[in-house]
Design a protein around this ligand. Structure first.
Ligand code: HT7
Ligand code: ZN
Length: 875
């Protein structure tokens, strides 16, 4: 396996101006005829030697150069390339290749999904369609003709505008599409199949009318309204927030059931995993509705951040992904509760990205090397990348950031660029030196901020001493200090916000400010501070770091109840709950009995009964830190002790605050039929959270309440809200409810995925046996990524205590499934390896067992590069 290194980048030797493609579509054998207008790149390094086109799994049928069949000695076909040793400076290359969509279970290139043929070309799927310079800095204009039997594929779609259609003999028809925008091959797409469309219109800010077309299977037409409404909201938002208007006349979205990721931003023709399109109140939860809005927004925003300006090479992936994550987060924050959105985003970052950054797969936001680029569509590139953009926005302020974005679009529209160009635009627009800031792109690992303080009553001055450090990560033993924004405030002992005047400053009365850190250690001295304050640090989670400050219990309660920043209020509660649970973990490990502190129960009661709190926020505040997040805070992870301590806290709260939970649950009871946009999703979340606390001790009245809610629910949020605690309960109602649920929904893929996940994430001791049995269920398919994720992924990634069973059976199970997936879908197989990468964090026996499974995977003959890279780095 060849390692690709960032420092080895050279410009392409040849460029492609225009691409003409003709597809004779058939699931078994598709013929692809290509006509490429090539010329030597004037910016190449040295004279243009041979032309090396990328190609995989292709059968070459014919090859012509400037209209003449190429003699066999003038080219060679290698396993992954077509090489023409001595081409002219400028020429036309025509090739016919044969591919088999039906045998393409890797879902990269052209493949079959249900009643359609569709493509996925990012990152390197286009080379599985035809020979090409399959790299993002080769941009061309595409003209595409699709030919197919009309009865099987009445709908024929490609990027851009449909310029011609017609009938052909033998019941076939064709459509020709022209995309006027130059694009890299990874944004190419075609779809052909038996689909119907939901149509709508959008008028842009300059008055252009855009056709919006959402293609689905006939049976799903009734589930598209939310996706369409989300798209229109996203289009308007990008105009209002960033002044960006859509550029083609038509925007198409196609929903497919078999898809490796969430969705794909192909120019003018997005292809979506159907789970991020289809929704109805009966089949989708509030979270599903939310996720659809987010992903629809994300793909739409890529039209400017990704498509109009793309990446020079794949090391720059965060240029488009981090920026677009930031944009979709801001869009969602504007559409719902901003604080709750920030809390959910931070929760995800800290539970998944921090773990990645602390293990053998840690890599910088801009990686230095890879074997398989698909493995770098990571939490770090996406979500830490998004945090890096957020820090720029915080440092520059809203106006400076907008100016930077405008300058970036003005300078680079139509180009394939690097992260450097983006940061330079920000630096120039904001008049700032961002040289040190670039370390966020180059250094892996989560920085730790250790804050201490000192108050001097005589001078009424208060010092904050901030130290930053960053742990060693693979190939990076030493780290240099980061440039980062630390948003903060100071509270007096009554919880009032104090003015923040740094020594040497005059005037200024702000109650919240951003300190800029650049050094390994810095001291900030505030003057005119009347008493020793409580620092409110990292407001709105202004940087992706771990914060260490030794708060007392009283100080945490003060922040929880008084800070003006909702993130800090939430975080103070999480820190307190984390301390309580981890103390109980220690008690359990040392054989002491567990007892919950009265003060914690009292604080929980105060919060639960605070009628003034926003309910969505309250639900977040009352949710205990996840097992995985608690695990990250332990030197040696003890999954059993974490699970038992956390469950003990939940059950104790459920018992001691039963009346309060019942009251709150009743206060949140629905007063009318469900509507996803009724503004009551926070209420539903809180109500279902109360139910899960009430269920934790396992009392019969609570089980009856859950079963009652399950039977009477008119929407999926409440149905799942009841079924989830039932699935974790060893009671007869469990089997009954799961059976009823399956019988009702067995024809609906998305809901059946939920049914698999509910069972895979049950903490009951027999879960692994159930999961193994479910592999033989008629609805389980190894070829469908959503289904694999819903069972194998859910068990190994979201059921810490059962996956890490001391017998090692969970590990054997996962390795067996990875080896099966290796030949079916290497991308999905590789993603399933990640739980093993954390092996060093566990006790010696578990370490040994996990390592053994990694070695078994690595010993597999014919191991895909994708799986090899993750397994080899992990071991
Ligand atoms: N840009 C899209 C990436 C993507 C992808 C990457 C590798 C393999 C399959 C894939 N499907 C989609 C998704 C996005 O960030 O919008
Ligand atoms: Zn993206």
């Amino acid at each position: 396996h060849v390692e690709i290194r960032r420092e080895d980048y050279t410009p392409p030797d040849y460029l492609i101006e225009t691409v003409e493609l003709r597809f004779e579509l058939d699931a078994e054998t598709t013929l692809v005829s290509s006509r490429l207008a090539l010329h030597a790149n004037p910016d190449r390094v040295g004279r243009a030697p041979e032309l090396r086109l990328d190609g995989e799994e292709l059968k070459l049928i014919s090859l012509q150069l400037d209209g003449v069949e190429l003699a066999p000695e003038r080219y060679r076909v290698e396993e992954k390339h077509l090489v023409i040793p001595d081409p002219p400076e400028r020429f036309i290359l025509e090739a016919v290749t044969e591919i088999s969509p039906a045998r393409n279970t890797a879902l990269s290139g052209l493949y079959v999904s249900g009643p359609m043929l569709c493509t996925q070309c990012e990152a390197e799927g286009f080379r599985r369609i035809t020979y090409f310079l399959d790299r993002p800095d080769v941009m061309a204009v595409y003209r595409v003709t699709l030919v197919a039997p009309k009865s099987k594929a009445p709908v024929l779609l490609a990027n851009g505008n449909r310029i011609e259609t017609g009938e052909l003999p033998d019941g076939r028809h064709y459509a020709t599409w022209l995309d006027p925008f130059k694009k890299p091959s990874y944004l190419f797409a075609v779809v052909a199949g038996d689909l119907v469309a939901l149509n709508d219109r959008f008028t842009t800010m300059s008055g252009r009318k855009i056709n919006l077309e959402l293609y689905v299977e006939q049976k799903n037409l009734g589930k598209c309204d939310h996706a369409m409404a989300s798209l229109k909201r996203a289009m308007r938002w990008d105009e209002e927030k960033f002044g960006r208007e859509y550029d083609l006349d038509t925007y198409m979205i196609v929903a497919v059931d078999d898809f490796n990721m969430g969705a794909m931003e192909n120019k003018g023709l997005n292809v979506f995993n159907s789970r991020y399109v289809l929704a109805s109140p009966e089949t989708a939860t509030d979270d599903d509705y939310q996720a659809i809005e987010e992903v629809i927004g994300h793909e739409y925003f890529h039209n400017w951040t990704g498509n109009r300006i793309t990446c020079r090479d794949w090391f720059q992936l965060s240029l488009k992904e981090g920026l677009t994550i930031y944009r979709d987060q801001e869009f969602s924050a504007d559409m719902q509760s901003r604080p709750v959105k920030r809390i959910t985003d931070v929760r995800l970052l800290r539970s998944s990205q921090f773990a990645e950054d602390a293990g053998p797969l840690a890599h910088p936001v801009r990686p230095d090397a890879y074997l398989e680029i698909n493995n770098f569509y990571s939490m770090t590139v996406y979500h830490k990348g998004g945090e890096v953009i957020r820090m720029l926005a915080t440092l520059l302020g809203p106006d400076g950031f907008r100016k930077g974005m405008d300058l970036y679009f003005e300078r680079h529209d139509g180009q394939a660029v690097r992260v450097d160009e983006f940061v330079q635009a920000m630096a120039d627009a904001g008049g700032r030196d961002l040289g040190q800031f670039m370390r966020w792109y180059d250094q892996a690992g989560t920085p730790v901020l250790t804050v201490t303080d000192h108050y001097d009553a005589a001078t009424r001055s208060y010092q904050l001493i901030v130290e930053q450090s960053c742990p060693a990560t693979p190939n990076q033993p030493e780290k240099k200090p980061f440039h980062l924004p630390l948003a903060m405030g100071l509270l007096d002992r009554q919880g009032r916000e104090l003015p923040l005047r740094l020594s040497g400053e005059t005037g200024g009365d702000s109650r919240s400010r951003v300190l800029e850190l650049r050094e390994a250690q810095e001291t900030f001295t505030f003057t005119g501070v009347p008493e020793k304050p409580v620092p409110s640090l990292l407001r709105n989670y202004s940087a992706p770091v771990k914060l260490r400050y030794d708060y007392t219990e009283e100080e945490l309660v003060l922040l929880m109840t008084h800070d003006s920043d909702p993130f800090v209020r939430w975080e103070a509660g999480q820190v307190r709950a984390g301390q309580v649970i981890l103390d109980l973990v220690a008690d359990r490990q040392q054989g002491r009995g567990m007892a919950l502190e009265d003060s914690f129960v009292a604080a929980f009661r105060t919060l639960l009964t605070d009628a003034k709190q926003d309910r969505a926020f309250l639900a977040e505040a009352l949710t205990l830190p996840a097992e995985s997040y608690l695990a990250e805070q332990m030197e040696v992870i003890d999954p059993d002790a974490i699970f038992e301590a956390r469950e003990f806290v939940r059950a104790t709260l459920g018992t001691r605050l039963a009346a309060e939970f019942q009251q709150t649950r009743a206060a949140c009871a629905p007063s009318g039929p469900y509507r996803p946009d009724d503004g009551l999703s926070g209420c539903r979340r809180l109500r279902n959270l109360c139910l899960s606390y009430l269920m934790a001790p396992g009392s019969q009245p609570a089980i009856d309440a859950a079963f009652g809610q399950f039977r009477s629910a008119d929407n999926m949020t409440d149905s799942i809200g009841a079924l989830m605690p039932l699935a974790g309960c060893d009671c007869p109602e469990r089997g009954e409810a799961l059976r009823m649920f399956y019988e009702k929904w067995k024809g609906d893929r998305g809901v059946v995925d939920k049914w698999f996940t509910l069972q895979a994430t049950s903490r009951l001791p027999g879960t692994l046996s159930e999961v193994i049995a479910l592999l033989d269920h008629p609805d389980f398919e190894f070829t469908n990524p959503n289904r694999v994720r819903s069972l194998v992924g859910a068990f190994s990634q979201s059921n810490q205590v059962r996956f890490h069973d001391a017998s090692g059976a969970g590990y054997r199970f996962l390795a067996d499934q990875i080896l099966k997936l290796n030949t079916i879908n290497p991308q999905i197989a590789a993603r399933m390896v990640t739980p093993f990468s954390r092996w060093r964090r566990f006790d010696a026996k578990r370490q040994e067992m996990m390592k053994k499974e990694l070695e078994r995977i690595l010993a597999e003959p014919g191991l895909a590069k994708d799986v090899y890279e993750i397994a080899a780095k992990s071991v």
